[in-house]
Every structure is written in C-alpha cells, then in structure tokens.
Design a binder for this molecule. Structure first.
Ligand SMILES: C[S@@+](CC[C@H](N)C(=O)[O-])C[C@H]1O[C@@H](n2cnc3c(N)ncnc32)[C@H](O)[C@@H]1O
Length: 212
C-alpha cells in the first residue's frame, strides 16, 4: 500500500470526481458494462473513492484509505469505512459481492489484496474487477499518461489473460466479462453498449464466483 498515492487522491478528490461530469459518454458506457455484472445482495466496493460507480448500483458499503474521497461517497448514501484493502476490517464471508474498479492497478501486491477480498466474500459470492485493458488503445493511452498525471503514477495495467490467471489463483471461477470503450482515446462522443468478452474495448469488467 502506498500512502503517497493515497494522499494524492485525498488532496485532489474534487478534480477526480469532476472528471466524470466532463466525460459523460465514457462514464455512462462504463456504468452500462458494470450493470451487466453487479448482482443484488450485500455488496462492498474496495477502493470506492467518491462512490461514482457504486451509487448507481446496489453497492451499499465502501472502503477506501482516503478520507476526502470517502466524504463524497458518504454524501452519496454509501456506508463507508476508512481502511486499506490489504487488511479488511470485516469478518470472513461477510458479503454477497465485492467490486474493485480502477483500483487493482495501484496495488503493490494484487494477489494478496484479492485473496483478502475473497476471504470477505461468502461462498458462491461474486467478485467483480473493472480494469483498463493494457493491450487496448486506452491501455496504451493511460500508460503514457501515467508518466504525466499523478492520478496514474505507478499504475500497473493488466491484460484480460492476467486477470483470468489471477482468478484461478484466488479460488474464484471466472464466469463472464463485458467490455466497452471502442472509440479511441482521449474521449468518446457516443454512448456505447457493452459487448460480451474482451479484446476489443478499453474497459473490461470481469465476474467470478468464489468456489466452495
Ligand atoms: C482510481 S481511484 C478509483 C476509485 C473508484 N473505484 C472509481 O472507480 O471511481 C483508486 C482508489 O483506490 C484507493 N486506494 C489506494 N490504495 C488503496 C488500498 N491499498 N486499499 C483500498 N483502496 C485504495 C484510492 O484512495 C482511490 O480512491
């Protein structure tokens, strides 16, 4: 866990959140992709930030180390806890689903981080990961951007194949993925419908089920 990265989000929470208002087609297309995989039940987002995505869904709980990001999530009626995903303050098998969106990229040890998430998932619970596909145009765009924008400093971008391999190593069975963002970066004009699978869109959401 990097306190330096977190403090950047903590200082620039407003700029982070405002970005979604000025990039509505991206934001709404990503919401449509997440809609396909987020189930009902007691749900937690780890690295919830300002709650931009979760407040659209049935996600009622959020965890993040940044107090200022969480303040806005709280205003969006999400029950928040300040903390790190590496050491979740929840008992085993507490949630029906856990989502992690645009966060795994900045975690020093993603495997340990995800194992901790799986610990807090009920058996047959759903793990959702939202990433920028490293191999897509968007992945290449954000990799370049990570040299200039502190929001993305130190980001490690994943390929879909790597996520599938990680799922195998954390006792989660991959079920399906949806993708969006086919128009090229830096912005899109038209709202997009998600397509099943990966390999074409810049943003990919993965759904997996915790095995018995
Ligand atoms: C790029 S933002 C994504 C926020 C939100 N998921 C979204 O999609 O808008 C990454 C978030 O991860 C949080 N974060 C950083 N390190 C973390 C850690 N070790 N555990 C949990 N969250 C962390 C940051 O504070 C920040 O709010």
């Amino acid at each position: 866990m990097s306190r330096e990265k977190v403090s950047y989000y903590d200082k620039n929470w407003q700029e982070y959140d405002d970005w979604y208002d000025t990039h509505q087609a991206i934001y709404q297309s990503e919401i449509k992709a997440l809609e396909r995989v987020i189930p009902s039940g007691r749900g937690l987002e780890i690295g919830i930030g300002t709650g931009r995505f979760s407040f659209h869904f049935s996600v009622r709980f959020g965890l993040d180390p940044s107090f200022n990001m969480l303040k806005l999530a709280m205003e969006r009626n999400i029950k928040v806890v300040q903390g790190f995903g590496e050491i979740l303050p929840f008992k085993n098998e507490s949630f029906h689903f856990i989502s992690i969106v645009f966060t795994i990229e900045l975690i020093a040890d993603p495997l340990c981080f995800l194992k901790e998430a799986v610990r807090a998932l009920k058996k047959n619970g759903t793990l959702i990961l939202g990433i920028i596909d490293r191999n897509s145009l968007w992945g290449k765009f954000y990799k370049q951007k990570s040299a200039q924008s502190k929001f993305y400093t130190g980001f490690h971008f994943f390929s879909p194949e790597e996520i599938l391999e990680i799922y195998q190593n954390i006792n989660v069975e991959f079920k399906e993925a949806y993708q969006t963002l086919y128009q090229p970066p830096p912005n899109i004009i038209d709202l997009e419908e998600p397509k099943r699978g990966f390999g074409q869109g810049g943003f990919v959401v993965f759904k997996g089920i915790k095995k018995e």
